[in-house]
Write a protein that binds this ligand. Structure first.
Ligand code: SF4
Length: 456
């Protein structure tokens, strides 16, 4: 398959990544602590399991491409102070939670969770495990920065109960690494990867990033070959989101060194060719896995789901997220904690939930969320089944989306039959674009200034 450059030019536009619908920019401060408290209290006996998330915002240094909510500091005291408050927030939510509810998924993200010292990793894990029931077969995962990591960190994670890790690599090319202020030699990646395997993690994911300064097809091919040789269980190849109007530090990136459209197109082609050639199966946006991975099985059985942690097999879980900026979710509600540490501390100290904003979804939101999820996870949508499930005439209900989809069909991104919308191989690169016609909020905000990164 050859990708035409005209398509990239046409479809490279601002759009959400759909880790939620409605997307986070539409959360409102009119949804506050009292609303979230009421939602927690009224949803304890619905039989839904839990997915727990902990946000550790600290990093040793700043990567110039970073899009996360993080604080770069060498002062470990800050982490200790944060943990004290995190424990209090965990206790607040645990006290409201039905102890019969089981956590099926538990993820630590950041920032850099392994910024924490090994003893603090053990302490934090033990604290949560003492407050919530974690299923014996739960997926327990942690994002890991290979720099500053010691074998002791890896042991602390494994001994605590983590069975999955996600290692941030981005690119092995030194020139690219220097340009984004994240220098981590290949030998270090290999060593850390070896530790993970030796300690017996069930699944190792490697994160790469495409679209960084000085990346070329030649340099990234070398990176991909070396990464594939390590044989990770999963691979994510994220598109760099250049949003300097939102992330001021991204102005430190030399824009003239960013790959131009033809190069970006060639890089996309390279990723598909290399990873398929190495036997990896495309899961959905940016994600690949080995054929025996449960994400692959979930995609085949149409049980894949998407949430703030990316693709998941755990659809019917409420997410309870702890820490500054973290986002919780029930079937009806999204809620985000305050981002500033000083505000987070002040609220937790007064015994309040550190809620900043949120949203209660409408029936129409749920319906559209389901349509977007089917596109992002199943890569197809059965219109009759969908219509029957939601009690709608699909074509009439989504009349606003059909002209855009017809245009995409003409461009070869989807095939449209009376019963089905199916994403083509070429369309996989434009998955965000294919979901966007179902997004009612995007239509309302057509004149607003861009709030999202480019789709490609
Ligand atoms: S380690 Fe991750 S969170 Fe920290 S600055 Fe780098 S990209 Fe951002």
């Amino acid at each position: 398959m050859q990708l035409p450059i005209a398509l990239l030019e046409k479809y490279s536009k601002a759009g959400p990544r759909y880790t939620s619908y409605p997307t986070a920019p539409y959360f409102s401060e009119s949804f506050g602590e009292a609303d979230w408290l009421a939602e927690i209290q009224s949803t304890q006996n619905l039989g839904r399991d839990l997915s727990l998330y902990v946000h550790i915002p600290f990093c040793d240094t700043l990567c110039y491409y970073c899009g996360c909510n993080m604080v770069a500091t060498k002062k470990y005291d800050k982490a200790t102070e944060y943990l004290d408050h995190l424990f209090r927030e965990i206790d607040q939510i645990a006290a409201l939670t039905n102890p019969a509810r089981t956590a099926r998924q538990f993820h630590w993200g950041g920032g850099t969770p392994t910024y924490l010292r090994p003893d603090d990793i053990r302490r934090l894990y033990a604290h949560i495990a003492g407050k919530f029931t974690i299923a014996p077969d739960a997926e327990i995962s942690c994002e890991v920065d290979p720099r500053e990591l010691t074998r002791e960190h890896v042991k602390a994670l494994r001994e605590s109960g983590f069975n999955r890790v996600s290692l941030g690599v981005q690119d092995l090319d030194e020139k690219v690494q220097k340009a984004v202020n994240r220098v981590q030699p290949e030998s270090l990646i290999r060593e850390v990867f070896g530790w993970m395997r030796e300690e017996g993690f069930a699944s190792i994911n490697l994160d790469l990033m495409v679209g960084l300064p000085h990346q070329t097809v030649e340099t990234f091919a070398v990176t991909l070959d070396k990464i594939v040789a390590l044989a990770p269980d999963r691979l994510a190849v994220f598109n760099y989101a250049h949003v300097p109007w939102m992330k001021k530090h991204q102005t430190l990136i030399d824009e003239t060194a960013l790959p131009k459209l033809p190069e970006r197109l060639a890089l996309q082609q390279l990723i598909m060719d290399k990873l398929h050639g190495a036997g990896y199966v495309y899961i959905g946006m940016d994600h690949y896995a080995r054929p025996d991975d449960e994400l692959v099985k979930a995609r085949q059985t149409k049980t894949l789901y998407r949430n703030f942690q990316g693709y998941t097999t755990h659809k019917n879980c409420d997410i309870y997220a702890f820490g500054a900026s973290s986002i919780s979710q029930t079937d009806e509600v999204f809620v985000q904690n305050v981002k500033k540490l000083s505000e987070y501390y002040a609220l937790v100290e007064t015994g309040k939930l550190p809620t900043e904003r949120g949203l209660r979804v409408t029936h129409e939101d749920k319906l559209r969320r389901d349509a977007i999820t089917r596109i992002m996870c199943d890569l197809e949508l059965d219109k009759a089944a969908f219509g029957a499930q939601w009690g709608i005439d699909f074509d009439r209900h989504f009349a606003d989306a059909l002209p855009e989809l017809a245009d995409m069909a003409a461009d070869g991104l989807v095939t449209l039959t009376p019963g089905k919308i199916a994403v083509t191989d070429m369309g996989r690169i434009f998955l965000r674009n294919i979901a966007m016609p179902f997004d009612a909020y995007l239509k309302q905000a057509a004149d607003a200034k861009p709030r999202f990164s480019k789709t490609l």
